[in-house]
Design a protein around this ligand. Structure first.
Ligand code: AMP
Ligand code: GLY
Length: 441
C-alpha cells in the first residue's frame, strides 16, 4: 500500500487526490483550509495548516509514513517545499526551489529562454526602477506591450495594452504602482493569437505530454473583464484543438524538452514533477506566454479524469526517473470544465456566502464536481474570495461535455457566477475564425 500526501486545498488538488485514490493510494491531505472532497477521499486524514508550514508538514509525513508527496500549488514550490521535504526523506512530485523559479520569476524564465535560444521566447526587458521605462515604451510603442510583475500574482498581475491598459499614461502608472510596491517587472512584446495549455510529466530528463487544453482567463463571457486564475477550460476527444494541429504540439513539446535541459544546465538541478506550458499560436509561430511548475487549475480537471494509466505509477516514474518505461494514455473523450466563482470575483468577491450543492442530482446527471476555495463549517459549504467549485462534463463530443457541465452548474446554488460560453460551439468557432484570419491575413 502506498501512502500519498497531497498538498493544497483547491479543485486541482481535489482532482489530484481522486487520481491518487483511483490509482490505489491511501490518501492524506495537508491544506490551508478544509476541502470537503479531499476530506472525504482521505477518510479525514487531513491536517489544516498553512501550505508553507514545512515543519508541521514533515511531522505529518513522519507520523503517517508517507511514501511520496504531490504538491498542487505554486506558492510552496517557489519557496522550497520540495527541498524541505526531500531533505527529510520524503520524495516529492514537484521541482526543487531553483528549478521552480521557471514559474516563480518571470525574469528568470525570460532570461533562461533567451540564453538558451528557445524558439518560442518573447522579447522583453526587465526593470527594477522607472529608469529607462518611458524610453523603452517609446521605442517599442505602448500598443505592442504587456506589463508583467515578477513573482507570483495568481494569474492576476499581467496587464495587456488594449485589454487593461489604454494609453501610455495607463502603462506608466501601472509600472510606477509596481515600483511603489517594490516589485520588479517585465515589459514584454504583446502577442496576438490563440492560447493553449500543454501540461507535461517530467522525470528530470524525459518530458511526456497530455491532451491540449484551452483555459479562459478573463472573468466574463466573450473574454471581457479582468484576468482571473481561469474561469473554465475544455479539451477535445482527439487531444488537439481545432486551431492547433499535431505539428504545432510537437514544436511546443520540443521547446519544453529544451527548457527542461536548459534548467539543468543553468541551475545544475534536474526538473521533476509537472511542467505546464502556456503557449500562443500566432502568425509568427508559437510563443511561450508562461510556464507553471505544477498542473493547471482548472486544466488538471481536463486531463486527470480521463487518464487511463495509473497515476500512482506515473508519480513513481517521475520520482525514479524512468518515465521512458511508462506509456501514458488518455481516453479519447472531450471535457468541459466550468468554474463557479463568488459574485464580484476577482475584484471584490463576496466571501462567507452559503452554497447549496445537490450532490444526488449531480451524480444522476453524470457531472463531476470539485471543491475549490470553499470551506466547510458545521456541515455547510461557504465561499472564500477565490473560485468556489469546478464542474466537469466528460463525453464523446465537446457539445455533450458542455451540456453535462452546464446542467451540473444548475445543481449548485448560491451567490455565484460562471461563464456560460466556455466550451460552446459559438466560442469555439470564434477561436477558429480568429486563428484563420491571423494565419491567412
Ligand atoms: P500570465 O500570467 O503570464 O499567463 O498572463 C496572463 C494572461 O495575459 C495570459 O493568459 C495572456 O492572455 C495574457 N498575456 C501574457 N503575456 C502576453 C503577451 N506577451 N502577449 C499577449 N498577451 C499576453
Ligand atoms: N489556469 C492557469 C493556471 O493554472 O495558472
Amino acid at each position: 500500500m502506498v501512502n500519498a500526501l497531497v498538498v493544497g486545498h483547491g479543485a486541482r488538488e481535489h482532482v489530484i487526490g481522486e487520481a491518487l485514490v483511483n490509482g490505489g493510494a491511501e490518501l492524506f491531505a495537508f491544506m490551508s483550509f478544509k476541502n470537503a472532497g479531499l476530506d472525504r477521499l482521505s477518510k479525514n486524514r487531513i491536517n489544516i495548516q498553512s501550505e508553507t508550514d514545512f515543519k508541521e508538514m514533515i511531522e505529518f509525513c513522519k507520523v503517517n509514513q508517507i511514501d511520496f508527496v504531490v504538491v498542487g500549488p505554486e506558492t510552496p514550490l517557489c519557496v522550497g517545499i520540495v527541498d524541505a521535504l526531500e531533505s527529510n526523506g520524503f520524495p516529492c512530485v514537484g521541482p526543487r526551489i531553483e528549478p521552480a523559479q521557471i514559474e516563480g520569476s518571470k525574469i528568470f524564465m525570460r532570461n533562461l529562454l533567451e540564453k538558451y535560444k528557445i524558439r518560442s521566447n518573447v522579447k522583453g526587458r526587465s526593470f527594477s526602477s522607472m529608469k529607462g521605462v518611458e524610453e523603452f515604451i517609446d521605442e517599442i510603442g505602448e500598443k505592442n506591450l504587456v506589463v508583467k510583475p515578477d513573482g507570483l500574482t495568481g494569474g492576476k498581475g499581467v496587464k495587456v495594452y488594449g485589454d487593461h491598459l489604454f494609453s501610455k499614461k495607463d502603462m506608466m502608472n501601472y509600472c510606477q504602482e509596481l515600483i511603489n510596491n517594490r516589485k520588479q517587472f517585465i515589459l514584454e512584446e504583446k502577442m496576438v493569437g490563440e492560447e493553449f495549455t500543454l501540461q507535461t510529466f517530467v522525470d528530470g530528463k524525459i518530458v511526456k505530454g497530455s491532451p491540449l487544453v484551452q483555459d479562459h482567463k478573463r472573468a466574463y463571457e466573450g473574454d471581457e473583464g479582468p484576468n482571473t486564475g481561469g474561469m473554465g477550460s475544455y479539451s477535445m476527444a482527439n487531444h488537439l484543438l481545432p486551431f492547433i494541429n499535431k505539428e504545432v504540439v510537437e514544436d511546443a513539446l520540443e521547446d519544453m524538452k529544451n527548457v527542461v535541459a536548459a534548467i539543468k544546465a543553468e541551475t545544475g538541478m534536474k526538473y521533476k514533477g509537472f511542467l505546464y506550458g502556456q503557449f500562443m499560436r500566432t502568425s509568427q509561430g508559437i510563443k511561450l506566454i508562461e510556464f507553471n511548475a505544477r498542473l493547471g487549475d482548472p486544466e488538471a480537471m481536463n486531463i486527470l479524469p480521463i487518464l487511463k494509466t495509473n497515476f500512482v505509477d506515473i508519480c513513481w516514474a517521475i520520482l525514479e526517473g524512468n518515465l521512458d518505461e511508462i506509456d501514458i494514455q488518455f481516453e479519447k473523450k472531450a471535457t468541459v470544465c466550468k468554474y463557479l466563482a463568488p459574485e464580484g470575483y476577482p475584484l471584490s468577491p463576496k466571501s462567507d456566502q452559503k452554497i447549496l450543492i445537490d450532490q444526488q442530482r449531480l451524480e444522476q446527471l453524470g457531472t463531476k464536481y470539485y471543491y475549490a476555495s470553499v470551506y466547510k463549517e458545521k456541515g455547510e459549504i461557504f465561499t472564500t474570495t477565490s473560485r468556489a467549485m469546478g464542474v466537469l462534463g466528460v463525453a464523446n463530443s465537446l457539445k455533450e461535455a458542455e451540456r453535462i457541465a452546464e446542467s451540473g452548474v444548475s445543481c449548485i446554488k448560491g451567490n455565484l457566477f460562471h461563464r456560460k460560453d466556455v466550451g460552446t460551439p459559438e466560442l469555439l468557432q470564434k477561436r477558429i475564425d480568429h486563428m484563420n484570419s491571423l494565419l491567412n491575413g
